[in-house]
Write a new protein. Structure first.
Length: 82
C-alpha cells in the first residue's frame, strides 16, 4: 500500500508557531474550503481537525491577551467607546 501524502491544503506548521493572525487566516481558509469544495471524508476530517486545533489556539491567545489587559489595567476593564 502506498503511504498517503499530506493534503497540500493543510499547513504543516505547528499551530503553536503561528501568530494569531496567521492561525485565524488559516482557520478562515479551512472553513471556506470545507463549505465550498467537495472533499473526501478523510480529507474533510483532516481539515476539520486542523481547524479545531487552530480554533482552540486562537481562543487561548485571546484569553491570554484579556488576562494581560486585566493585569495592566488593574482589573478595571472599561467599555470601549468610539
Amino acid at each position: 500500500m502506498t503511504p498517503s501524502l499530506p493534503d497540500p491544503e493543510i499547513n504543516l506548521t505547528p499551530v503553536d508557531q503561528l501568530t494569531y493572525e496567521q492561525a485565524f487566516a488559516e482557520l478562515e481558509e479551512i472553513v471556506t474550503n470545507l463549505e465550498t469544495n467537495e472533499k473526501s471524508l478523510a480529507e474533510s476530517m483532516r481539515l476539520y481537525e486542523r481547524g479545531q486545533e487552530l480554533s482552540k489556539y486562537c481562543a487561548d491567545l485571546l484569553d491570554q491577551a484579556e488576562l494581560k489587559i486585566q493585569v495592566i489595567s488593574g482589573d478595571q476593564l472599561t467599555d470601549f467607546q468610539e
